[in-house]
Each structure stands twice: as structure tokens, then as C-alpha cells.
Design a protein. Structure first.
Length: 244
């Protein structure tokens, strides 16, 4: 049975890992959320034909491949969590200590806010007005509890995929295939969830951009807590079904 001490890993390695998590989450918001270009989304109609579905597909691809690349970059230093829900799952699965779990979450939010602030300034989003800025997480076609379930199940699928890719029993040699599997899961979840919630499945991604662009509301609570519930459910499900 796996055991990790509460204070395990305190030292220079933890500092490097936290810096990696902050950097990775910074790029997640800057590049992946930035791929949902507000000016482009406002012009995706040709005549009477909307090209929005094609652009949503491109955004999904950008998130999947982008986060897969970030995970590949950070994996040897921090594991490439860049998502508090992932860190929670690894903590509940006794793969990281409580101290590392808390430090990762703080680092992820710091990196996320830094990325959101940089994106807002570099993209001159202030000139667009609050209502014309895209990329935030919200729901309009479903009720709050439905959005909560969408985000919860989407995160569950992601966490189950991650736990499968790092399962020691499968004897997977470390390679680009693990980040690729995670990236493909994120790609599929975005195709599924963008029409309903714009796909958060990450408390940092679901909250920080909304706060920076002035679109935070009570809806943001769904994107903060639903991924954590999904992660909390995914761990026992994985261990009961897939682990001997």
C-alpha cells in the first residue's frame, strides 16, 4: 500500500517543482486560453454561415496538444499537474505529500493569474470591453447543477486517464505517449464540453481568466469546485475497478 509522509519532499526539489508548476500554468492560460481569440471569435461568420464550430474544434485541439506539451515539459520536475484537480487526485492516491499538494495549488494559481494578466495586457483586451472578451467559463444553455455534472464527469474522465497512464502495473516506459494520452483526453473533453460550459475541468483555468476580465460571478463556483469533486470520485473508482 502506497504511503507518503505529510512533509515528504520539502527542500530544493519542491521549490523547483513549484516553479515548474507556476510556469506550466502560466503558459496554459497564456497560450491555450489565449487561443480562444476574442477578435477571431467575433468574426467567424461568412455570409449566413457560422464557422464557430470549426474554430471551437481548433481551440479543442490547441488545448489538448498545448497541455500535452506542457505535461511533457514538466513531467520530470513536478509531474506536470498544472491543475489543482490533478494534484488533489495524486494526493488522495498517496502519490504526493500534503505539503507538496498545497504548494502545487498555490503555485498553479500564481502562475494562472500571471498568465491571465499577461494575456489581458498583451492582447489589449481592455479595448474590447468586458462583454466582448471570450475564453471565460460560463453556462447559458444548462442549469447550474447540469453544468456542475458536466464539469465533474469531464474531470473524472481526465483523472482516470492520468491514473491509467502513470499506473506502475502497466510497466509503461516514460515517453511522449503519456502526455499524448492526456492531451487527447483533454481534446475530447473540450469537443464535448465547449457547447455547454466552455470546458473548464481545471479550477485555475475555470476561475482566473474570468476574474481578470471582470466576468467572475456565482457561476465561477461551479468551475472551482466541480473539478475537485470529479477528481475526488475518480481516485476510488480507479483503484476499485482497475487496480488488483
Amino acid at each position: 500500500q502506497r504511503r507518503v509522509a505529510i512533509t515528504s519532499g520539502i527542500g530544493l526539489d519542491l521549490v523547483r517543482a513549484c516553479a515548474a508548476e507556476a510556469l506550466g500554468t502560466f503558459f496554459l492560460i497564456l497560450v491555450c486560453v489565449g487561443g480562444a481569440n476574442s477578435r477571431m471569435l467575433a468574426q467567424v461568420t461568412v455570409g449566413n454561415v457560422s464557422l464557430a464550430p470549426l474554430y471551437y474544434l481548433a481551440i479543442s485541439f490547441g488545448f489538448g496538444i498545448g497541455i500535452g506539451g506542457i505535461v511533457h515539459l514538466l513531467s520530470a520536475v513536478s509531474g506536470g499537474n498544472v491543475n489543482p484537480a490533478v494534484s488533489l487526485a495524486l494526493f488522495l492516491d498517496k502519490r504526493i505529500s500534503l505539503v507538496r499538494f498545497v504548494a502545487y495549488i498555490v503555485s498553479q494559481f500564481i502562475g494562472g493569474f500571471a498568465g491571465a494578466g499577461t494575456l489581458y495586457g498583451m492582447g489589449n483586451h481592455g479595448a474590447l470591453g468586458v462583454g466582448a472578451i471570450y475564453g471565460g467559463n460560463s453556462y447559458a444553455v444548462v442549469e447550474w447543477y447540469q453544468a456542475f455534472l458536466f464539469e465533474m464527469f469531464g474531470t473524472m474522465f481526465l483523472i482516470l486517464t492520468i491514473l491509467a497512464t502513470i499506473d506502475e502495473n502497466k510497466n509503461h516506459a516514460p515517453s511522449y505517449l503519456q502526455p499524448l494520452a492526456i492531451g487527447l483526453a483533454i481534446f475530447v473533453m473540450h469537443i464535448w464540453l465547449i457547447p455547454y460550459t466552455n470546458c473548464g475541468i481545471n479550477p485555475v483555468r475555470g476561475v482566473v481568466w474570468n476574474i481578470v476580465i471582470g466576468q467572475a460571478s456565482s457561476q465561477s463556483l461551479v468551475f472551482l469546485f466541480a473539478p475537485l469533486v470529479g477528481a475526488g470520485l475518480a481516485v476510488p473508482i480507479f483503484n476499485f475497478i482497475f487496480c488488483n
